[in-house]
Design a protein around this ligand. Structure first.
Ligand SMILES: CC(C)(COP(=O)(O)OP(=O)(O)OC[C@H]1O[C@@H](n2cnc3c(N)ncnc32)[C@H](O)[C@@H]1OP(=O)(O)O)[C@@H](O)C(=O)NCCC(=O)NCCS
Length: 173
């Protein structure tokens, strides 16, 4: 996994050393308004998570787990992360979080576009899935801008999507 440089950001493969700064960013409750998850409980917990992510494989070794920390060119501070899991059949799941101070500036679109290109070119992903709470307008606007299409829930191949979420797919032929 390489560092990616986009027009607005630098995307570094996640390392344990990112945990302290990311802990502060991820503690903002506004991030979780539409998410079924919570801020990390401690720096130790986030370091343990990032240590697993550094391997770039799921614990059972069957999936690639790819995580990049986003650094906008304009500031050296981290703005959030991009995340993808990739299955052996060429399908993947995609997720992203930015700190609220960085919303509304096109950073997520810029970073996501670069990650999607790498998923296709280097990891041979042919279909990428994302789920988003129906009320999460920012996330749904981003998915639309990235050309994801809303699909019916039972076409989602990776388990049960949360009841409150819509499911989206991007074909990468
Ligand atoms: C979802 C999330 C990443 C979207 O962030 P975002 O900054 O709105 O996304 P984008 O990068 O696409 O930026 C779009 C905005 O930047 C503006 N923008 C400015 N310059 C732009 C450019 N060059 N290109 C695209 N958009 C640009 C757009 O007009 C748009 O503004 P708007 O929100 O007022 O319509 C962010 O809201 C977030 O992290 N939320 C909390 C976590 C979350 O919900 N994650 C998703 C789980 S499904």
């Amino acid at each position: 996994m390489d560092t990616l440089v986009t027009s607005l950001t630098r995307l570094e493969p996640v390392r344990v050393a990112h945990a302290a700064e990311m802990l502060v960013l991820l503690s903002d409750p506004r991030i979780y308004e539409y998410l079924d998850r919570h801020p990390p409980a401690s720096q130790q917990e986030l370091e343990d998570r990032y240590r697993r992510y550094e391997t770039t494989f799921s614990p059972d070794g069957t999936e690639r787990w790819l995580n990049w920390i986003i650094f906008p060119h304009e500031r050296s501070a981290c703005a959030g992360f991009m995340q993808a899991s990739v299955n052996a059949d060429g399908t993947g799941d995609f997720g992203y979080i930015l700190g609220p101070a960085y919303w509304g500036r096109g950073l997520a679109f810029d970073a996501a576009s670069a990650v999607i290109r790498v998923l296709h070119d280097d990891f041979e992903v042919t279909a990428l899935y994302a789920t988003a709470d129906r009320r999460n307008e920012r996330s749904i606007r981003l998915l639309n801008r990235l050309s994801f299409q809303r699909i019916i829930r039972n076409e989602y191949p990776h388990g049960e999507a949360p009841e409150s979420d819509d499911v989206f797919r991007l074909n990468l032929p």
